[in-house]
Design a protein around this ligand. Structure first.
Ligand code: GLA
Length: 411
């Protein structure tokens, strides 16, 4: 360094400068050059400061009261904001994702999940908007299953089936909360002890769910559970998405890809028959981007019993331990893209077939038929009664683990 500086000084011709004792005086050309360099430096400092403030707002977590349950327990709403301003609001009642604000292709934020403005909506909600579903996501036929020779009977809340954990599933429980924010982004940990015998299931089940909003606009959901008796577990999240913004029309024009060559057809009660049927040549083939509504009204027995899509797809890359891309959805108007990655072997694609305009959701928006779609990552419905399906059995000493990522981007 010192040598280089000396070298530079030495290269200036003595005639180019005047010398005062102890001082070095710059020539006019040098002064112009220095001005240029200083201006460039100032511009660079200002530019880097502006871009860092625009792109890197601080990640935060804000807590506010959300209301009281019927038995008088206070619950809160936690709003997680990442560095680019994407926001998710989660309540510890049911671990419900109440709002999810993501940018469109012009950077405009919109709330892309259905739900209610306040707790009252959720306590009486039968649509499972945004909730953590457990102990067993989707249906168990006739509300019963056998384990080690013992038959367990569960409350029947869907004809004679048990749906989404029974009468009071995890979606209606108050969870304990901890802020576990870290380098990937703001994060909320929810824990719940489901007691032995709750909703008919055996074993004390300790459940932990971590929601992380990463700085890459991913909502990462990690599920963990342990038990003290053999039991069955199948956890998921029941968010209804509308990438055009909640309440802004139906989702029939959204293009969807499901990375699945087979699905599990169902009987009249929406219980899998056990068959893994190829999707090829049927309206269930979403291996290429296809509008949700493109084949919805085709003459098809499975579409008829489901009143649309309400089926489990067998994921090509699922259930092998790592995360793999399960589904993609795209709304051409807003440019929003949702990619779903999961460790689970299946995904329930449900197209809001039971929404009928009677629900007044957030901001007074009316939710009509097919105003939202769900991508519920899961083990297959009724697995406890289908030994050929990937097992949902959890034994003492084992840990249930499952991860799903909802990743948002635009194109
Ligand atoms: C799941 C089920 C549907 C329906 C919804 C909630 O997606 O498969 O049949 O029960 O949940 O309305």
């Amino acid at each position: 360094m010192a040598e280089a500086a000396t070298g530079k000084l030495a290269s200036i011709h003595p005639a180019q400068c005047r010398e005062w004792p102890g001082h070095y005086t710059f020539t006019p050309e040098e002064i112009v050059r220095i001005h240029g360099i200083v201006a460039m430096l100032l511009f660079w400092i200002a530019a880097s400061f502006t871009s860092s403030t625009a792109a890197e707002t601080k990640a935060t977590m804000k807590k506010q009261p959300f209301g009281k349950t019927e038995d008088g327990r206070s619950v809160d709403l936690y709003t997680l904001t990442n560095k680019s301003g994407t926001e998710v609001a989660i309540t510890n009642f049911g671990g419900i994702v109440v709002a999810l604000k993501v940018p469109d292709r012009n950077g405009k934020l919109d709330d892309v999940v259905l739900g209610y403005d306040n707790l009252d909506g959720y306590t009486s909600n039968t649509a499972y908007f945004g909730a953590i579903i457990g102990r067993y996501g989707n249906r168990i036929a006739h509300g019963e299953f056998a384990l080690d020779g013992v038959t367990y009977r569960l409350p029947q809340n869907d004809g004679d089936n048990t749906l989404h954990g029974g009468k009071v599933g995890f979606n209606k429980r108050v969870w304990t909360v901890k802020d576990v924010s870290g380098s990937p982004g703001p994060a909320l940990e929810l824990t719940y002890l489901s007691k032995d015998g709750e909703e008919g299931f055996p074993g004390n089940l300790n459940v932990r769910v971590v929601y992380t909003l990463t700085d890459k606009n991913e909502l990462r959901i990690e599920y963990f559970a342990t038990t003290d008796k053999p039991t069955v577990v199948n956890l998921t999240n029941h968010s209804y998405f509308n990438l055009a913004g909640q309440g802004n029309g139906d989702i029939l024009g959204h293009e969807v890809v499901l990375h699945a060559d087979r699905f599990t057809p169902v009987d009249q009660a929406l219980i899998p028959t056990g068959e893994l049927r190829p999707v090829k040549g049927t309206p269930f083939d979403f291996t290429k981007p296809t509008a949700i509504g493109a084949r919805m009204n085709q003459e098809d027995q499975q579409l008829k019993v489901g009143r649309g899509y309400d089926h489990n797809w067998v994921l090509n890359g699922g259930g092998r331990g790592g995360l793999s891309l399960a589904a993609e959805a795209y709304d051409a108007k807003s440019g929003r893209v949702l990619d779903v990655l999961t460790t689970e072997p299946g995904i329930q694609f449900y197209t809001g077939n039971f929404l009928d305009g009677t629900i007044h959701g957030k901001g007074g928006k009316v939710y009509n038929l097919r105003y939202g779609f769900c991508l519920e990552t899961q083990h297959f419905p009724d697995s406890p009664n289908h030994p050929s399906f990937p097992p949902t059995l959890l034994k003492p000493g084992q840990e249930y683990r499952s991860t799903t990522v909802f990743k948002f981007s635009t194109r």
